[in-house]
Design a protein around this ligand. Structure first.
Ligand SMILES: [Zn+2]
Length: 437
């Protein structure tokens, strides 16, 4: 809807700066008298829902050279052009090739289809959900029928010259189905087609009209967006303002900050950013799809990029955090303990009230145990008669733990197994070369 406003602004600016294109007034010869299209009594309750240009092909608004004997140039938007709105011309003429596809400009219902007069030719009308009617005249063929529901962009017929001396579409927008209670549709046409007035897209991806409109904001135009300079007040560019506007949000400091995207639990900005990844946003997270070739979600890829790292298999694995001997992921994980990472270990500080380092606390937690005085002291490893710490320590020696002793391997410097050392100890003896002494 902001797009419409922007289009209207661009149009009015254009008309102000380029009041005429060097053509004279020519009375339309192809559209009168008008067909009898009486009011339905239906009142509009919101703005025109038109979101699509009525011709889905290369097109132009302005003079059709062939229809005026080649004596008139194709015009830019110009109140004086014979295709333009005003006077006895209730609508705007759009030119394209014979049988160019004509499409619904909005979702709605086909309200009329047929030939009401010799000068109207074959015409179709479409009503949107707000009470606005869109009239398509001079069709060569209609492929819809009265009462049919159509979606925006759906094919409704083909351009022709029925009831007219040249191939073109006569397009009228009226407020209540009354053909003569119409509005100038130029703003709607221009807003739904950047090239509707014949302006080609330049190397900057913008038409002359767009450049002109952006210029009025002191901004340059790139890729159909005003992106130069900053709008006074909110700290956003015109392009950002326009983008936020499409979400029904305001822009502050380069961020869309208004409201929450319905049904998502995400802000508009989050929804927008997730969309940039081709993902949906749910509860403040981009959760859709997977970043191709990485085995990571889009969110993971995004988060890893924030560390200057790549994501592989749900892990940030790229590069090493400078000066730490740790990966970015390790550094990140240690930070979640309030600790630094050195040589692949969280070594900073001590976990409060435990007498353990953060790493010890972390490792004990991995056993489902608490850490006290550098020991995991919670619970006993099932079936072993050993504490979790004993089990862990024996495992580090390549041994299992039974009854609080490592039962495998050999106790260093004794020639005895851990078990033998334990058994000798119970008898008050030491163990040497496999025997109690
Ligand atoms: Zn016309």
């Amino acid at each position: 809807m902001d797009r419409t406003k922007l289009g209207a602004a661009a149009v009015s600016t254009f008309l102000l700066l380029l009041p005429a294109c060097g053509v004279s007034v020519v009375s339309p010869a192809d559209d009168g008298p008008m067909p009898d299209e009486a009011s339905t009594g239906q009142k509009v309750n919101c703005g025109p829902q038109m979101s699509r240009f009525p011709v889905n092909a290369e097109h132009n608004i302005g003079y059709d050279a062939a229809s005026c004997g080649g004596s008139c140039a194709t015009s830019c938007p110009d109140q004086n052009a014979n295709s333009d709105y005003g006077g006895v011309h209730h609508g705007v003429d759009v030119f394209a090739f014979y049988r160019a596809p004509i499409v619904a400009v909005a979702a709605g219902t086909i309200t009329r289809a047929g030939v009401p007069s010799s000068t109207s030719g074959l015409r179709v009308t479409l009503a949107d959900g707000c009470g606005w009617w869109y009239y398509y005249g001079h069709l060569d063929e209609a492929v819809v029928s009265e009462g049919q529901h159509v979606e925006a962009g759906q094919l409704i017929g083909f351009m022709g010259s029925s009831g007219a001396p040249s191939v073109h579409l006569h397009f009228n927008v009226s407020a209540d189905g009354d053909y003569y209670n119409d509005i100038d549709p130029f703003g709607l046409l221009n807003a739904t087609s950047a090239t509707a007035c014949g302006g080609g897209v330049g190397s900057d991806g913008c038409t002359d009209g767009q450049r002109q409109a952006c210029g009025t904001y002191g901004s340059a135009c790139v890729d159909n967006q005003c992106n130069g300079g900053t709008s006074s007040g909110p700290g956003c560019t015109q392009g950002e303002l326009a983008a936020c506007g499409t979400y029904g949000s305001n822009c502050v400091d380069h961020q869309c900050n208004g409201g929450t995207s319905p049904g998502t639990g995400c802000t508009w900005r989050e929804a927008h950013d997730c969309g940039a990844y081709g993902s949906n946003c749910v509860d403040h997270q981009c959760n859709g799809g997977t970043s191709p070739g990485t085995g990571c979600t889009w969110r993971e890829t995004h988060d890893c990029a924030a560390y200057g790292s790549n994501c592989v298999d749900h892990q940030c694995n790229g590069g090493t955090s400078p000066g730490t001997g740790c990966t970015w992921r390790e550094t990140h994980d240690c930070a979640t303990y309030g600790s630094n990472c050195v040589d692949h270990r969280c070594n900073g500080g001590t976990s409060p009230g435990t007498g353990c380092t953060w790493r010890e606390t972390h490792d004990c937690a991995a056993y489902g145990s608490n850490c006290v005085d550098h020991q995991c002291n919670g619970g006993t490893a099932p079936g072993s008669g050993c504490t979790w710490r004993e089990t862990y320590d024996c495992k580090a020696k390549g041994a299992g733990c039974v009854d609080h002793a490592c039962s495998g391997g050999t106790a260093p410097g004794t020639g005895c197994t851990f078990r033998q050392t334990l058994d000798c100890s119970k008898a008050g003896k030491a163990c040497a070369m496999g025997a109690c002494t």
